[in-house]
Write a protein that binds this ligand. Structure first.
Ligand code: ZN
Length: 231
């Protein structure tokens, strides 16, 4: 799904451009500290926020002028999230997060482009994010289009096939599973993106040191729950 060469090139590009530190990671702007949360604590905070969202008692996220002023000189998000561009899946709303909390990349089908990988590398290495969540969602239109392409050969008009093509391997993998093909493909797609990120050279040191955790998840449009996926 993600070209190893593209991922490596994306990170190298950031380093060459001076955006990433060559030595130990520091915040791009030291006026805002890195989060002190561990990867597991960051995940727990996302899920706690989601539980409150599901229960209709959402957290009061910090989005006021004080928070805005505190962040004007820098950022130290406690999580990075790869999400779908779908208007029903805004991560901050689903997790009760405020300004400066989640570093987000979103494209339909929650897949990776080289600039998105570079952005995630920046969030981890320069901003200290200890967690990347790759979040697919129920009845994702981009994944449904990939299912239509694999099962019937139906192609979306150009340029929309570029959104579909990275999802095709996940659909092919899902065809071997029992159950609903679309939902299985949503899960396989999120897991494949998370696995590719974990195994990418850009993130391997942080993963090996337990300073970064990369998890796959599925958001349920009906009940609002974010489910962390195994594997
Ligand atoms: Zn979607």
């Amino acid at each position: 799904m993600i070209s190893r060469r593209a991922l490596f090139a994306a990170t190298a590009c950031l380093t060459c451009a001076g955006m990433l530190p060559a030595g130990p990671a520091r915040a791009a702007d030291s006026s805002v500290p890195h989060t002190s949360l561990s990867p597991d604590q960051a995940l727990a905070r996302l899920l706690e926020g989601n539980s409150r969202f599901v229960a209709d008692s959402p957290m009061a996220p910090a989005i006021d002028s004080h928070r805005r002023h505190d962040l004007a000189g820098g950022q130290g998000p406690f999580a990075a999230l790869v999400g779908c561009a779908d208007s029903r899946t805004p991560p901050e709303a689903l997790c009760g997060a405020g300004l400066g909390d989640i570093f987000t990349t979103r494209v339909a089908g929650n897949t990776m482009t080289a600039p998105a990988v570079a952005s995630l590398a920046y969030s981890v290495k320069a901003l200290g994010a200890p967690l990347i969540m790759v979040m697919g969602h129920e009845r994702c239109g981009a994944v449904a289009a990939a299912v239509e392409f694999v099962t019937k050969g139906t192609r979306l008009p150009s340029p929309m096939m570029a959104m579909v093509e990275p999802i095709v391997p996940a659909v092919r993998a899902a065809r071997h599973l029992q159950g609903d093909l679309l939902d299985n493909a949503v899960r396989e797609n999120a897991k494949a993106v998370a696995k590719a990120l974990r195994e990418n050279a850009a993130f391997r040191p942080e993963v090996a040191n337990h300073r970064l955790r990369v998890v796959a998840a599925r958001y349920d449009l009906d009940d609002g729950k974010i489910e962390v996926l195994a594997g």
